[in-house]
Design a protein around this ligand. Structure first.
Ligand code: NIG
Ligand code: FE
Length: 411
């Protein structure tokens, strides 16, 4: 099956020579072809170029005059498998309670864990697939999903099995992350080490045996888990081949970035609180920093200092953090816009951060994240727009006309 898109106003994020990610000044370069064609064969990108060179081949012709095509968003940090919602906590925060106050009162992650423990695997799948389809409709064509709202062996495995089922039933790439160390359950409040021991001795071997995760995560944060706990968990995960992608520096900088770099983390995520030595620790490493502006927006906390980081030569990826507590939104279009408006990223930087760099942060840079021959034809076809800068500019409205997954329209 061959599809030829013709008269593409601008074909965005073309990479003839494949790149793993872009950093520093390179982030401000977004290669495009104006008045372009794109050929998709059997779900893969097989050719593209200027309309002047458009080949005469058999296939379905789609004339997209006035519209642009870019690779789907790559959302490298989500928690979309969860049960119920927490809008009551949202109202409590409006009235003046802090995220921390709510967590200390048994709300927050523990509240979601209680709900999830009482939800059947089938019900959890049904609730989660609605969110997956929703974000795919919003242009996400590859996604990472974490456990971490189970906090018991059974409930953590239940979450990971739901992710496995989503992987089997949907055509996009899904990566699974084991986040058993997301919070200390109430019954282990005064014995955190015992909980970590259960995760390491009991849960982790089962996760590995059933091949339920590619990545391992921990919430390295004051009041949750320390840098030493982080090293312990990452070391344990390493024995099973699990690669670190970790939550660090959301509210306080306590050495999580350094622990991540030490264990060759694929990514370190959140980074709302960045000290100079955290930025220095990331320089010349293979660890991708990931910013989650939807979380900063929703919790009214600082934004990741993207300008400072990119100007220091670092790469940066953008992701949603879609979860019921800190970011109940999986809209990557909003993330791109917010990164430009609040973090002073250029449209070029934000699009690179949400495509190729996001792909890298999931180990998928060879498969998605750019218009490159041989990559999956996971594409966003825009509405008629004047320039790609209109995507972040027109915040709150998505400029998406159609979403293609492996060359087929996703409905
Ligand atoms: O990434 N910070 C840790 N975990 C999630 C939010 C957890 C929750 O409030 O449910 C996050 O923001
Ligand atoms: Fe998160």
């Amino acid at each position: 099956m061959t599809t030829i898109f013709k008269n593409i106003k601008e074909l965005i994020q073309i990479r003839t020579e494949p790149v793993s990610f872009v950093s520093g000044k390179e982030m401000n370069k977004l290669p495009t072809i104006k008045n372009a064609f794109l050929v998709v064969e059997n779900g893969l990108i097989s050719d593209f170029g200027s309309m002047d060179d458009c080949p005469e081949i058999e296939g379905e012709i789609v004339d997209v005059t006035g519209k642009m095509i870019l690779p789907s968003w790559c959302d490298s940090h989500t928690h979309i498998v969860y049960a119920g919602h927490r809008e009551d906590e949202f109202v409590d925060r409006i009235k003046g309670l802090s995220y921390k106050d709510i967590a200390n009162n048994g709300g927050g992650i523990l509240n979601s864990a209680k709900k999830l423990q009482q939800t059947s695997e089938e019900d959890l799948y049904e609730q989660s697939k609605v969110r997956l389809e929703e974000v795919m409709q919003l242009g996400t064509g590859a996604i990472e999903i974490k456990s971490g709202y189970g906090l018991t062996k059974d409930a953590e495995l239940k979450m990971l099995r739901v992710i496995k089922k989503l992987k089997a039933n949907y055509p996009i790439e899904i990566k699974a992350t084991f986040l058993g160390a997301h919070a200390v359950p109430t019954e282990y409040k005064s014995n955190k080490d015992a909980y970590l021991k259960i995760l390491i001795d009991d849960v982790l071997p089962k996760v590995a045996e059933e091949k339920l995760a590619e990545y391992i995560d921990i919430f390295c944060e004051t009041g949750y888990f320390s840098a030493a706990d982080t090293e312990l968990i990452l070391e344990a995960g390493k024995a099973y081949g699990l690669i670190p992608k970790i939550h660090v520096n959301q509210f306080t900088a306590i050495g999580g970035v350094q622990a991540g770099v030490k264990y060759n983390a694929l990514s370190v995520d959140h980074l709302e609180e960045m000290r100079d030595d955290d930025i220095a620790a990331l320089q010349n490493t293979t660890t991708m920093p990931v910013a989650l502006p939807g979380c900063s927006y929703f919790l009214n906390i600082p934004y990741t200092p993207a300008r400072k980081m990119i100007d220091a030569g670092l790469p940066l990826a953008l992701a949603t953090d879609y979860n019921p507590g800190s970011t109940p939104s999986g809209n990557m279009n909003f993330v791109v816009s917010t990164a430009c408006i609040k973090m002073k990223m250029t449209p070029e930087e934000a699009i690179n951060a949400s495509t190729i760099n996001g792909a890298y942060a999931m180990g998928l840079e060879h498969k998605v994240g750019s218009i490159t021959k041989g990559k999956d034809a996971n594409l966003i076809l825009t509405k008629p727009i004047n320039s790609y800068g209109f995507i972040p500019y027109a915040f709150g409205v998505n400029q998406i006309e159609k979403v293609y997954i492996r060359g087929e329209v996703f409905k």
